[in-house]
Each structure stands twice: as structure tokens, then as C-alpha cells.
Design a protein around this ligand. Structure first.
Ligand SMILES: Nc1ncnc2c1ncn2[C@@H]1O[C@H](COP(=O)(O)OP(=O)(O)OP(=O)(O)O)[C@@H](O)[C@H]1O
Length: 355
């Protein structure tokens, strides 16, 4: 995708409405000056990492279950190069918020299968293009609209990686990876893709019961021992939430949460599994998911933190360790301060243009 080098503010009015906040800063709403159509704008410092994110996202975005990148601008603010990514505006919110908001109307196993099918089709598209997402978590799954038949789409390619590039040797290490098979044994391409399948397994599990598979104790906050549970694949299908869930669903979860990534189901095997390929015929059994999500609202952010940490530890071992310069730092505080400054400068610029 070609990056425009004229100011984004020539084409879009930038609003102060914040659509979401992530580690790289805010995503704000913007409006096309000609059509008045609303979009989402993500501002990133122009670093090698940001370029990889934007390029891979744009490359993969022509898919019904991936958030579409409309345009990218490369603008400088106070001599700092930034990439401004205009994306379709996902007005329907995050996946689990919607399930939580259903109230009394029970969420069913067939609906869960439809959702997992949508996620799998996005991941299949990526893996066929030799892209591993590596940050597949609930916050990165957004609904396009608030209507019941809205598509669910995957976003945030901040950790995406082209998996067919030859890896420079020497700096890789498996010391930190908590998983049974070291990445270099399996090959980084298969290893990186296998992390996405593990994530789908976790999301599928939560969809079917409302709590994650690697809880220290159901209903209790996460314990420090959770990591070792993930490592040894210790999870179960507790009563009563799992009593009515089909054997086919449990079978697929076992295959996706297999500890050894070389034995874990890949995306093609997952798509061919009967619970996915016949997702419209999955039993319409009511699930406990919505009410459990409501009851455990307080634990949700801990769950998100834990999933983030686990995904981060899965990425270590396939990425080369590099000394970062300050502008590439992932330090949350530094990133927030920088991001806020960039956004303020862009909004100021926009206000100057409008006046
Ligand atoms: N296209 C979009 N439309 C509406 N809201 C969006 C869109 N993209 C992102 N958001 C919101 O902004 C939040 C942050 O976006 P994103 O995940 O891309 O940023 P990030 O800084 O890379 O975050 P993370 O901390 O998840 O790595 C999302 O969780 C979501 O709530």
C-alpha cells in the first residue's frame, strides 16, 4: 500500500472522540471531508515495527473478517515521522462485551461455533499468506456494527510477522519459552502460527463457558501458578457449565490447547474439524457464558493481562533480541507520553486547517 505524504488533515477531520486505548496509544474517530463518512484513526511513530504492523495489516485487510485499512499517511509532527492509519470504524464494540450485554437471552453453542468460524477464517487467510498474527486476544476482535448479523473482525497487527522470511541465526533463544517444544525445533514459521491456534482454543473455551481455561481456581483471581498450568496443559471442563457442551467442541479445544505446538492442530485441520466446517449444524444448546461473564466482570481485566503475558512469552524465542532505541521502546509510560504529544499536534493541525 502506498503511503500518502501529504497531511491526513487534507482528507479527514480528526475528532477528539476516542474509540479505544491500547499500548501504542489512542485510536480516535475521523471523518472524510468529502463523504462525511466516519473512520478510525490510529497514530503510530514511524518505526520499523510500526511499518511492519501497517504493511502486514494492509496486505491482509481484503478479507471479510479483518478490519479494513483504507489509507495510510506518513506525516511529520515537530520533525517526528508518524504513520496515520485510517481504518473502517468498528462501531459494534468488542466480542465479549456484546455477549455480556445479552442479558437473559442465552448465548448458544451454535452461535459460539459461528463466531469461532469467523475467527478461524481470518486466521486461515493470514496463515495462507504466511502471516502469523501473534496477538490474537479478545480485545482485538471487534464487531463492525451493533446489528445482530454484524461481522466480527480481527485487528491490531502490532505483533504480526511474515513467517516465510529466513531468520537470521545466532540470537535466537528458547530459554524463556514456557512451552514444551522449543521454537527452533519446530521452525519459527510453524511455531508462530501455532500460537494463533492456541489463542483460538482459549477464546473458544471462554465463549463456551464465560471463564478462561487456565484459571487458578474457578471464580478466584489468577494465581502465580497459572503459568505452570498453561505449561503443563492443566485445564478441565468443570460442572455445571460444561455439562451440556457437545463432545465435538471439547474435542476441538483439546486439539487446539495441546501443549506441544508440533502436535497442536493447525488452522487447516481446525477448519476441517466438524464443529467448524458444520458450524451451522452445531446444537443450539443454551450456554452459561453471558451470566458467567457478568458475574466475573471484575476478573476480566486480570484475564486480559494474563493472556497478554502468555502471548508475549510465546513470542520470545522466535524474535531476535535487540537493544531498542528510545523511539521504538514498548515502555507503556514512554509510549503514552509520546502518543499523547503526537495526537495533540495532529488535532492542533486539524483545528488550524478548519479555522
Ligand atoms: N477500527 C477500529 N474501530 C473502532 N475502534 C477501534 C478500531 N481499532 C481499534 N479500536 C479500539 O482501540 C483499541 C486499541 O486499538 P489497537 O488494539 O489497534 O491498539 P494498540 O495500541 O496496538 O493496542 P494493544 O494494547 O491491544 O496492543 C482497541 O482495543 C479498540 O477498542
Amino acid at each position: 500500500m502506498k503511503f500518502h505524504d501529504y497531511p491526513v488533515t487534507q482528507d479527514y477531520r480528526i475528532s477528539r472522540k476516542v474509540l479505544g486505548v491500547g499500548i501504542n496509544g489512542k485510536v480516535v474517530e475521523c471523518e472524510n471531508r468529502v463523504t462525511n463518512e466516519k473512520f478510525a484513526l490510529k497514530v503510530l511513530r514511524d518505526t520499523e515495527k510500526a511499518r511492519r504492523e501497517v504493511e502486514l495489516h494492509a496486505l491482509a485487510s481484503c478479507h471479510p473478517h479483518i478490519v479494513e485499512v483504507k489509507a495510510v499517511y506518513k506525516n511529520a509532527y515537530n520533525n517526528v515521522d508518524c504513520l496515520l492509519v485510517v481504518m473502517e470504524n468498528m462501531k459494534g464494540g468488542e466480542l465479549f462485551n456484546r455477549i455480556q450485554e445479552r442479558g437473559q437471552k442465552a448465548f448458544t453453542e451454535r452461535e459460539a461455533a459461528g463466531i469461532v468460524y469467523e475467527i478461524c477464517s481470518a486466521v486461515q487467510h493470514l496463515h495462507r499468506m504466511s502471516i502469523a498474527h501473534r496477538d490474537l486476544k479478545p480485545e482485538n476482535l471487534l464487531y463492525a456494527t451493533t446489528s445482530n448479523d454484524s461481522p466480527l473482525k480481527l485487528t491490531d497487527f502490532g505483533f504480526a510477522k511474515k513467517t516465510d522470511e529466513s531468520e537470521p541465526s545466532g540470537l535466537q533463544t528458547a530459554c524463556f519459552t514456557p512451552y514444551y517444544c522449543a521454537p527452533e525445533v519446530l521452525g519459527s514459521e510453524k511455531y508462530d502460527k501455532s500460537c494463533d491456534c492456541w489463542s483460538i482454543g482459549v477464546i473458544m473455551y471462554i465463549l463456551l463457558c464465560g471463564y478462561p481455561p487456565f484459571y487458578s481456581q474457578h471464580g478466584q483471581p489468577m494465581s502465580p501458578g497459572m503459568k505452570s498450568k498453561i505449561k503443563s496443559g492443566e485445564y478441565s471442563f468443570p460442572t455445571p457449565e460444561w455439562d451440556c457442551v457437545s463432545e465435538a467442541a471439547k474435542d476441538l479445544i483439546r486439539k487446539m490447547l495441546t501443549i506441544n505446538p508440533s502436535e497442536r492442530y493447525n488452522i487447516e485441520q481446525t477448519m476441517a474439524h466438524k464443529w467448524i466446517c458444520h458450524y451451522k449444524k452445531v446444537p443450539n444448546t443454551p450456554l452459561c457464558t453471558s451470566s458467567v461473564l457478568v458475574d466475573q466482570k471484575e476478573q476480566w481485566s486480570e484475564m486480559q493481562d494474563e493472556m497478554e503475558k502468555t502471548l508475549a512469552s510465546m513470542r520470545v524465542g522466535t524474535d531476535n533480541i535487540q537493544i531498542k532505541n528510545l523511539t521504538d521502546s514498548n515502555n507503556k509510560l514512554l509510549a503514552k507520553r509520546r502518543q499523547k504529544k503526537d495526537e495533540d499536534e495532529i488535532i492542533e493541525e486539524d483545528e488550524k486547517m478548519s479555522s
